[in-house]
Design a protein around this ligand. Structure first.
Ligand SMILES: *Cc1c(COP(=O)(O)O)cnc(C)c1O
Length: 400
């Protein structure tokens, strides 16, 4: 028997659930890309994108996934041979650093492992040791989606200021944008990247790079930037066609408009508060299941450093994988695979999985996913503490 027939729920940390209003907005005939509604609608996206990232700086939109925005960010402010410092708090930090290396940058790494945020003291020590200011940029992942560690971006800026270090602060906000509070200007972040298919509730296909004055100055020092990635014409176009260096991603833009309407109507503060409440409900459930003889664990020990967008969880191998399979096959909820937590074939492979709670997720969806996880623990006879669902309901009931 399977109990999976009914509306399924993709609870992986991206791509996320696309709201019906967004799907409807994309269901239309191709528009004229030379004049008409598409053009006015597209301009209207810019102020909302800046508002969501909390910046008065500029934003460039790319037809790309998150990896494209990594490339765009590197291409616009760094030249081959430049040194950067990469702060690694999970697989995605590794990925951005590797890409930088392939672009010919010299990459210093501070690796905090798979279960910790950036250690600000170690970061500050590294900055102080760089007396000649060889480091041109610091790459940080706000929420690393593999570990679900969230780093203190304002703290990174404070360390740069305390040491008088001039490096650019560049943030990967692909998992955190419109989920975890992010204050680009107030926190002194010079450049931030995000993609459409996570907290922004769209399909994959659009990437965003926000940048401020220091990043603009860094761009101005470069002799050349490959013309497709160059953000200058995209952010300050003389004509509409320059925004996308070619044909506009027509339907994606309509979908994005509808998604931004949802965010603006809810209000970004409320969006962040909803994510925090849902995240705290997940933590409460997992902590209850892990109590006593329970074997389930949250990957990040300190709540202050846990993302509100995704939670990385472990069960002794292979029960993490078995639970994930069970929830999908038997109950219509797809959990995310563990990423970068254990070498394939190692004793820990299959121990980790992830619950995405980013974007278009409300209390009933989250309680449904948690309820199905508890049913899976029963079905698979995994040792567990009692009261996971009541603990989650308690959080939601008290905070709502
Ligand atoms: C998803 C994600 C990426 C990669 O984005 P793609 O769209 O898959 O290229 C990079 N960084 C973080 C933090 C992510 O969550």
């Amino acid at each position: 028997m399977t109990l999976s027939h009914g509306r399924s729920y993709l609870a992986i940390p991206g791509p996320t659930v696309v709201p019906d209003a967004v799907l409807r907005a994309m269901h239309r005939a191709s528009p004229n890309i030379y004049e008409g509604d598409l053009i006015d609608m597209t301009w209207s996206l810019i102020p909302d994108l800046r508002a969501i990232a909390r910046t008065s700086g500029k934003v460039a939109i790319y037809i790309s996934n998150g990896h494209g925005t990594w490339e765009a960010a590197l291409a616009n402010v760094l030249a081959p041979g430049d040194t950067i410092l990469s702060l690694v708090t999970g697989r995605f930090g590794v990925g951005w650093a590797d890409m930088a290396e392939k672009r010919g940058l010299s990459v210093d790494r501070l690796d905090f492992g798979m279960a910790s945020p950036v250690d600000l003291d170690l970061f500050e020590d590294r900055l102080r040791a760089d007396k000649e200011h060889r480091i041109k940029a610091v790459l940080a992942t706000h929420t690393d989606t593999s570990s679900s560690a969230r780093s203190d971006m304002a703290g990174l800026r404070a360390a740069l200021d305390a040491t008088g270090h001039p490096a650019l602060l560049m943030a990967d906000c692909i998992a955190s944008m419109a989920c975890d509070r992010f204050e680009m200007d107030e926190w002194g972040v010079d450049l931030a990247v995000a993609a459409s298919q996570k907290g922004l509730m769209m399909t994959p296909g659009l990437g965003f790079v926000w940048f401020g004055d220091k990043a603009i100055a860094a761009r101005a020092r470069l002799d050349r930037v490959s013309s497709y990635w160059d953000w200058t014409p995209r952010a300050d176009p003389e004509g509409f066609y320059q925004l996308f260096a070619g044909t506009a991603p027509t339907h994606l833009l309509h979908g994005l408009r509808a998604a931004l309407d949802l965010i603006m109507d809810e209000g970004i503060e409320n969006v962040w508060a909803r994510h925090e409440t849902l995240a705290r409900a997940v933590w409460a459930a997992v902590e209850a299941w892990g109590a006593g003889d329970g074997v389930m664990r949250l990957n990040i020990a300190d709540p202050a450093h846990r993302s509100h967008a995704v939670t990385s969880i472990s069960l002794p191998a292979p029960d993490g994988d078995r639970l994930r399979r069970w929830t999908e096959d038997m109950a219509g909820v797809t959990l995310g695979v563990g990423l970068g937590m254990a070498e394939p074939g190692s004793p820990n492979a299959g121990a980790h999985f992830r619950l995405g709670h980013m974007g278009h997720v409300n209390a009933h969806m989250l309680m449904g996913a948690l309820g199905v996880m508890e049913a899976g623990l029963v079905a698979l006879d995994v040792p567990r503490g009692d009261g996971g669902l009541s603990a989650a309901a308690e959080v939601i009931g008290k905070r709502a």
